[in-house]
Write a protein that binds this ligand. Sequence first.
Ligand SMILES: Nc1nc2c(c(=O)[nH]1)N[C@H]1C(S)=C(S)[C@@H](COP(=O)(O)O)O[C@H]1N2
Ligand SMILES: [Mo]
Length: 313
Amino acid sequence: MPAYRPPHIPACEITPRAIFMSRRQFMGTAAASFVLAGAGGALAAPLTASPGPFATDETLTPKEAVTTYNNFYEFGTGKSDPSQNSQHFKPLPWSVKVDGMVGKPKEFGIEELMKLALEERTYRMRCVEGWSMVIPWIGFPLSAILDQVDPLGSAKYVSFETVVRPGEMSGQTGLFQPLEWPYIEGLRLDEARHPLTILAVGLYGETLLNQNGAPIRLVVPWKYGFKSIKSIVKISLVEEEPQTTWKNSNAREYGFYSNVNPAVDHPRWSQATEQRIGEGGFFKVANRPTLPFNGYGEQVAGLYEGMDLKANY
Ligand SMILES: Nc1nc2c(c(=O)[nH]1)N[C@H]1C(S)=C(S)[C@@H](COP(=O)(O)O)O[C@H]1N2
Ligand SMILES: [Mo]
């Protein structure tokens, strides 16, 4: 089993050839805004995993885009801010506390979590902003750790919390604070236990870079990207529907469920179509139809039987 090795800052300024080449290749179609990001950034360590279920055979989004076009407001609100501003974030040492309505609360060290059976899960990711990617994550089902803490019968939801570190996260300092910290998210317990729901520790065969939520983040592929909370330090089993960052920030625009739904438009933009990042350049219009549950309806629609998905968005 691989021991966790954090991303590291290269000792010299020279970009390894393979990374340089893939960057060059990607730059051909990329907007100038996120070309700068890679220089001087951290490098991830190799990570092995066995092939997991639910893989899509759609074209993978280039690694360069996955690691430089990000949303991680703790490092700033621009798409290139996370890759440019996160070099000094320390993903080690790290642990994740699992508490609340459980028989056996436990604090998991990241090394212990990396010893779980890691799978590669290639999923579509759809951001509420109207863009999407296909990302080869590495991780394990969230249920693998929920099973270890014995959720009580009274536990109905799971809440998640991102680390707060103003000293390392530039978006958490200064006059303009775009969100309230910590970033918090939540799932219903059955959503959390669904086999599609994973905690990811890597992507593209390597440990997560800071900008993607190192050392561990949630991935819930049938929901808008903001549900997939990064750099998690706490997971709590609770009885009531947990608060969530984006709903707290604007309840009219963001709901708790946030299932990808082309029939429910965001107040400020349509959700009917999406732009697949890397496809035909960044400034192309969103030309792909968005699928209900981001194409995972066969797996998850049953979770919402009898629910009004227009009212509970
Ligand atoms: N803690 C935290 N988690 C977060 C965010 C954030 O700002 N802070 N942004 C979310 C949004 S809007 C998206 S689309 C995804 C982006 O993940 P990626 O940058 O790894 O593709 O992360 C989500 N997780
Ligand atoms: Mo997003």
